[in-house]
Design a protein around this ligand. Sequence first.
Ligand SMILES: [Zn+2]
Length: 350
Amino acid sequence: MTGDLWAGIPGQAAAVATLRAAAPHPLHAYLLLGPAGSGSRAASRSFAAALLCPDGGCGTCSHCTRALALHHPDLVMAGHEGPTWRVEEIREVVAQAQRRPLEAGRTVIVLPDGHLLGGAAPALLKTLEEPPTTTVFVLLADDLPRSLETIRSRCAEVRFETLTTSAITAMLVDDGIDPARAEDIAEGAAGDAIRARLLAADPGFVARLARWRAVPGELDGTGRTATRLVAEILESLDEAAAPLVARHEAELASFDAEAKELGLRASGRKELVDHHKREVRAYRDGEIRAGLGVLARSYRDAMATSLSTGDDAAAESAMGHLDAIGRHVAVMRRNPRLGLSMERLLLSLG
Ligand SMILES: [Zn+2]
């Protein structure tokens, strides 16, 4: 039954094989490197379960199932509140790393967003280098800024490649989804397998995709139109996140039911809720990225058409629009005032 634990991570055979083999006798720290939705996040859950399971990841025992549901007492899901990690948050992680395991043979610390450690990284180094023998760190990072070199050198690195649209299409077709619809979903998933599966369960997805496709035709260069379109887009984000929110509610209900059954104080509940909040934030981010991807594709198509008909001016204009979208995506993550910058972008495209 070991297959079950790793089944949700398509297109990453090499990384999965490495983690699966490492679980029975792990090193003290792993760095899972890969862009959002490449499967590194899902793999960190599976790996944590395998590290806590007495059989190295059977997929069915209580250690495995509780770890996958993120409420195993020896699994610490670390997280940061603000846009980057703060030193106090890392000190809390370091304190957690010192504790003895309660039920499993190990304490597993999953630390996401390693690329956002920044100035807090030095606070982690010593513990990361020499944690207690029963503690295993599983770090996640999208990419490797220079500031992460010292972190990287203390971990075993496992790389996750960006999933191609065709890999995601194949995964969805395997799931039993009609190939034409699978292709549409894969396009909207922007290399993100988790998102693809949520979209597949989301009846509003096709309508949202159509809304993004219609944007270039609706833009008329006026601020009023840009404002209206952005309002529609922001509203659709809530609608888009609804299936994820429903899944979170189910997870929380199962957490509460178990805590009640065991008569325990619900320790770890706040961490679970915080984790959910971060997931929703990341999902909304992904939705916008995917929408901008659809938008970029229509300008890319327009550019190709203009080039083939020799309309250089139109091709140049489309290229300018592509550049503007690219610049917007590059700074999006650091921009807290999303609506305003989207409006500016749409205005420049009109
Ligand atoms: Zn197990």
